[in-house]
Design a protein around this ligand. Structure first.
Ligand SMILES: [Zn+2]
Length: 686
């Protein structure tokens, strides 16, 4: 569950939406509020709020809503997503019946759905949709043709050791440059190849001894050769993983910024003809690149010579089959799901086929569907409420900075300027992406996915040498997520993120909205511009210091307290990585304290009336916890702790709340309660 990330480029996010307006608003709100109250019915009042607030807020819902077998986790984002799928299904079925002219959005949507649902053909085809690509891999005869094949596979969305992408130059945000990051491994994170905890050991053992051999056998190898190839490929990936940085070491933007001309790349990895490879990747006229992790590319060069061409070909075959496994016939799909769904995430069964096809479609053509979605479910009036909320949070954040006793006046002045320039994108893009060069037909399904991957590749490659399009959205409006992009100094807040399944926006009181949307999403994203990473970028989005040294020291000291706090949390024997998650935890805590003071200015807070026995401030905290309503399987939680810079959802409620004085007051929490933290241990940054 990648909720509220902040990131540079995301191309294929599975997206989510709501619009379950089943409950009509009651005429007499006071009297019937229990039924229409977005928070009240979820609560488990047998739990003391000071012992486990997350369970107190969400426990009744959790008991009534066990995780369905097809899911790794189940929560508010899923409710939103389920509703979206039903709507998209209708759109797809309508498009299919329409028989629209070739090249129209309806034709693309209808034909994509047809090809994905056509299991008769998919089963008949087996591996044959990939035959032409497998033949190309077979023709590799030396390092040069191997590197050419990396380039080709890159353009159709298959992983290779070359992690190339187009992004803004961190030190000159008005320029798009080619960037090279570490990539090329089959397990979700480099640590899986080395960690000694049981979760990691089980996963890598299955990968090496079961998953890889099965994939190779499905691709035509016999038992002995499949097993030998698996061991070789595992060794190759482990070698690449060994030269890859850990999650926490990817956080320092300076350390992961190494700008160099092509000649510099040739020094790092002399056996790759970089110019020729970039040309074949459609990255035209590249003279300068930013290398994230130079030592990784030294290792790639070494691996090109250490591993035989046959090993490399086997590696590429595996990556090709893995990339499209879930779009091929049953044996491929089953193994792909067994390993990536069940072993890694704990899913028991697969989602029904139509849901999977719609998820793929939504990931690949999300803005086509998004245009239809916002028209019906995010009216102008709702947008206005959230545009205003962003400004209320900006004002509150400024007042917080004014009061800081640890930040000097010159740094404060720069902070005000940066905050004033944070650009909000609310609801949906002003300008939609153009899908006219995307070709989709009635199948094979895997080739439609390949075509869409190539469309996105061209879309990204085309940005090189052009002005930065600051109107662009990296996620769709129907995505239950949001992000901060430091290079644009912008917060991007999709429509779906503001929705509470089952409720009309008008019926949700400000207290809940300030917790659910203002604190946990808007404030969270806004403070990302000032977290351990974001604070290193200036108002114009450039990586450039603007803090006086003593202010950096004071900030780092406070951030360290939060790192220590989260290092102390663990589940299933796995410790949270306080350092890797610090940016998210700083943003959560910041969003909460800024949200509280923004909420204190509302009429609802001032009037102080209770609803269902809950004070406005209690409702604020419950509204915040609603954003994390949900539960997750052991496998999925364990994977998250190892691979994700976000701590598990329940810790993102209980953790920061223990730092907030208003929380103690609102729920009368006393020493001796499990969530009690002595005042000198409570972290205060913003
Ligand atoms: Zn975040």
């Amino acid at each position: 569950m990648l909720k509220r990330t902040h990131l540079g480029t995301v191309m294929f996010l599975s997206a989510t939406v709501t619009g379950l307006w089943l409950l009509n608003s009651c005429k007499d709100k006071e009297k019937n509020y229990a039924a229409t109250d977005a928070i009240y019915k979820n609560m488990d009042t047998t739990v003391k709020p000071g012992d486990n607030f997350f369970l107190y807020a969400n426990g009744a819902w959790l008991k009534k809503n066990p995780i369905p077998p097809a899911y790794a986790s189940w929560g508010i984002g899923n409710l939103v997503q389920e509703d979206l799928r039903d709507k998209l299904k209708k759109i797809n079925e309508g498009a299919l019946k329409e028989n629209a002219a070739t090249g129209t959005s309806s034709q693309k949507i209808g034909d994509f759905y047809y090809s994905g649902m056509d299991t008769v053909d998919i089963e008949k085809q087996g591996l044959s949709p990939l035959k032409a690509e497998l033949d190309k891999i077979d023709q590799v005869k030396d390092i040069n043709s191997l590197v050419d094949e990396f380039a080709h596979l890159h353009t159709i969305g298959v992983e290779t050791p070359i992690g190339a992408y187009v992004g803004q130059d961190a030190k000159n945000s008005s320029k798009m440059l080619l960037q090279l990051g570490q990539d090329g491994i089959g397990l979700p994170n480099r640590d899986y190849y080395f960690n000694t905890d049981q979760h990691s050991v089980d996963i890598r053992t299955d990968y090496q001894q079961k998953h890889l051999p099965t994939v190779f056998k499905l691709a035509g190898l016999n038992d002995a050769t499949a097993s030998a190839a698996s061991n070789k490929i595992y060794g190759l990936e482990k070698f690449l993983a060994d030269s890859s940085r850990k999650l926490e070491d990817l956080r320092d933007p300076y350390h992961n910024y190494n700008k160099m001309p092509i000649a510099g790349l040739s020094k790092l990895a002399p056996d790759i003809n970089w110019k020729s490879m970039f040309d074949k990747m459609d990255y035209k006229n590249v003279d300068t690149v930013i290398v994230g992790q130079p030592e990784y590319y030294r290792a790639v060069n070494k691996a090109l010579k250490t591993y035989s061409l046959d090993d490399w070909k086997a590696y590429l075959r595996k990556n090709l089959v893995s990339a499209f496994g879930s779009n091929l016939s049953k044996p491929f799909n089953d193994e792909n799901f067994r390993f990536y769904g069940t072993v890694i995430r704990g899913q028991k069964t697969q989602l029904p086929r139509w849901k999977r096809v719609i998820d793929e479609e939504n990931g690949l053509m999300g803005e086509v569907l998004g245009q239809l979605f916002v028209k019906d479910y995010f009216p102008e009036k709702t947008k206005e409420r959230y545009v205003k909320l962003v400004e209320a949070m900006r004002t509150s954040f400024k007042e917080h900075i004014e009061k800081l006793d640890w930040m000097s006046e010159p740094t404060k002045q720069k902070a005000y300027d940066k905050l004033a320039k944070v650009m909000p994108k609310v609801g949906y893009p002003d300008k939609w992406k153009d899908f006219s060069t995307l070709t989709i037909n009635r199948g094979p399904y895997a080739l439609n996915i390949m075509s869409a991957n190539n469309f996105w590749h061209r879309f990204e490659a085309n940005k090189l040498g052009k002005p930065v399009d600051r109107t662009e959205w990296d996620i769709t409006p129907q995505t239950y997520n949001a992000y901060y992009n430091p290079s644009n100094n912008e917060i991007v807040l999709p429509a779906a993120q503001f929705m509470v399944p089952g409720f009309k926006d008008d019926d949700i009181d400000d207290a809940v909205v300030y917790g659910y949307s203002a604190a946990s999403t808007i404030g969270h994203e806004m403070t990302h511009g000032f977290d351990d990473e974001g604070r290193q970028f200036d108002a114009a989005g450039n990586l450039k210091g603007w803090w006086l040294p003593q202010d950096s020291v004071a900030f780092t000291k406070r951030a360290q307290m939060l790192i220590d706090q989260f290092n102390g949390y663990s589940i299933y024997g796995l410790h949270v990585n306080g350092k890797a998650t610090q940016g998210e935890n700083i943003a959560d805590l910041g969003g909460i304290v800024i949200g509280i003071d923004a909420f204190k200015k509302t009429d609802q807070y001032k009037e102080g009336k209770t609803i269902n026995g809950l004070t406005p401030m209690q409702r604020f905290f419950l509204g915040y916890a609603l954003g994390w309503l949900g539960q997750e399987r052991k496998e999925s939680l364990s994977s998250q702790i190892l691979t994700n810079e976000h701590a598990p959802g329940f810790m993102r409620v209980n953790g920061p709340f223990t730092d907030v004085p208003e929380f103690y007051e609102a729920f009368h929490i006393k020493k001796g309660d499990k969530m009690w933290l002595d005042p000198d241990k409570r972290v205060k940054i913003w």
